[in-house]
Ligand binder design. Structure first.
Ligand SMILES: [Zn+2]
Length: 309
C-alpha cells in the first residue's frame, strides 16, 4: 500500500459512510438505492476502464496484455512497436532484484504514453511509480534503472508482507536505488553530491526523521520538493555502505528478519548486532571518503540486443 492507495481507501470510506447516513434518513428507500447504486456502478466502471483500477479491469480498451513468467505487460496499441524493449527491460529489472530478494513475485507493468495518463492511472507524473495494482511506466522515461528501482519497492513489501511504513524511507529508497543504480538513476549515486550535502547542511542527520507514516509524508512533501537529489543520494549511500561493508548476505538476512521482527530497528539489531544509530555513526566516519564512479563506461552493454527475441 502506498500513500495514494491509502487516500483512495479513505475516500471510499467517506463515500460508504455518506451512503449509510443517507440510507437512514431517506423516506423513499427504492429511489435512494436506485439513484445511488447506479451512480456508484457507473463510477466504478469508469475507474476500471479509464482510471486507477485499469490494471484490475478484465477489459482493456486499446491495450494488449502479454505474460512472461511472473511478469504481466500491459501496453497501448500505439506503443506496441516497442514491446520488445519493454519486455527486455522488465526482465532485466526482475533479474536485478532477484539477486537480493532470491524470490520471484508476480507483477504487472503498465506502459503509459503521457504524464496526464500517469495521473489518470493513479500515480504521480514521474518516470515510473507504483499504482494501485502494478507499476505504471512513463514510456519516454523507461530504462532499466527506474524499472529496477520501482520493482524493488514492490518486492520489499511483497516478500516481507510489510506495508511500506514498516521500513524507514531511507532504507526502502536506498535499496531501490542501490539495485537500480544504472541509466537515469546514476545521478543519485554520486559521492560528490553526498559530500556537498554534508557540507551544505542538506544531509539528514537523524535517520528516525524518515520512520513510519510521518517519515513517508516528510519524504514526499518536504524532501522530494526541497532536496530530492540529496535525499535519494544519502539513502543510496547508506544502503551501499551496508552492502559493501557488511555483505549482501546480511542485507538478505535483514529482509528475511523483517518478516517476523516487530520493528525494523529490531530486525537491524538482530542481524548486525548494532543499533541503527551506531551504524549511522560508522557511516558518517567514512562518508566523505567515497569516490564518484566514472559515468558512461560500458554504455554499449546496456542496450537491448537488436533483432532478437
Ligand atoms: Zn522510490
Amino acid at each position: 500500500m502506498n500513500v495514494f492507495s491509502a487516500l483512495i481507501g479513505f475516500l471510499l470510506f467517506i463515500i460508504l459512510v455518506d451512503f449509510f447516513v443517507g440510507l437512514r434518513r431517506t423516506n423513499d428507500l427504492v429511489r435512494y438505492l436506485a439513484t445511488n447504486l447506479s451512480v456508484y456502478i457507473v463510477a466504478a466502471v469508469l475507474l476500471l476502464l479509464f482510471g486507477p483500477f485499469f490494471l484490475l479491469s478484465p477489459v482493456k480498451i486499446n491495450h494488449q496484455v502479454k505474460q512472461d513468467g511472473q511478469i504481466t505487460l500491459v501496453y497501448p496499441n500505439d506503443l506496441a512497436y516497442d514491446y520488445e524493449r519493454f519486455a527486455y527491460l522488465t526482465k532485466k529489472a526482475q533479474d536485478n532484484v532477484y539477486d537480493l530478494y532470491q524470490q520471484i513475485v508476480p507483477i504487472k507493468f503498465l506502459l503509459v504514453s503521457s504524464n496526464v495518463n500517469m495521473v489518470r492511472y493513479g500515480s504521480p507524473p514521474v518516470a515510473a511509480a507504483r499504482g494501485l495494482a502494478g507499476i505504471n511506466v512513463r514510456f519516454s522515461k523507461m530504462d532499466e534503472g527506474v524499472l529496477t528501482h520501482e520493482l524493488s519497492h514492490h518486492y520489499l513489501s511483497q516478500t516481507t508482507g510489510r506495508n511500506p511504513f514498516y521500513f524507514p524511507r531511507w532504507f526502502d529508497e536506498g535499496l531501490a536505488t542501490y539495485l537500480g543504480d544504472m541509466d537515469s538513476m546514476v545521478k543519485f549515486t554520486q559521492a560528490s553530491v553526498l559530500k556537498n550535502s554534508l557540507d551544505k547542511g542538506l544531509y539528514q542527520e537523524d535517520l528516525v526523521y524518515w520512520n513510519c507514516f510521518t517519515g513517508h509524508l516528510r519524504w514526499l512533501v518536504l524532501d522530494l520538493r526541497a532536496r530530492p537529489l540529496e535525499a535519494y543520494t544519502q539513502s543510496y549511500f547508506l544502503v551501499k555502505f551496508l552492502a559493501d561493508d557488511y555483505g549482501k548476505d546480511n542485507l538478505r538476512n535483514l529482509i528475511w528478519e523483517s518478516k517476523t521482527s516487530p520493528s525494523f530497528e529490531q530486525a537491524f539489531q538482530t542481524v548486525y548486532q548494532m543499533s541503527l544509530d551506531e551504524f549511522h555513526q560508522k557511516f558518517l566516519q567514512v562518508a566523505r571518503d567515497f569516490k564518484d564512479t566514472p559515468e558512461g563506461l560500458f554504455e554499449e552493454f546496456k542496450n537491448p540486443p537488436k533483432g532478437g527475441n
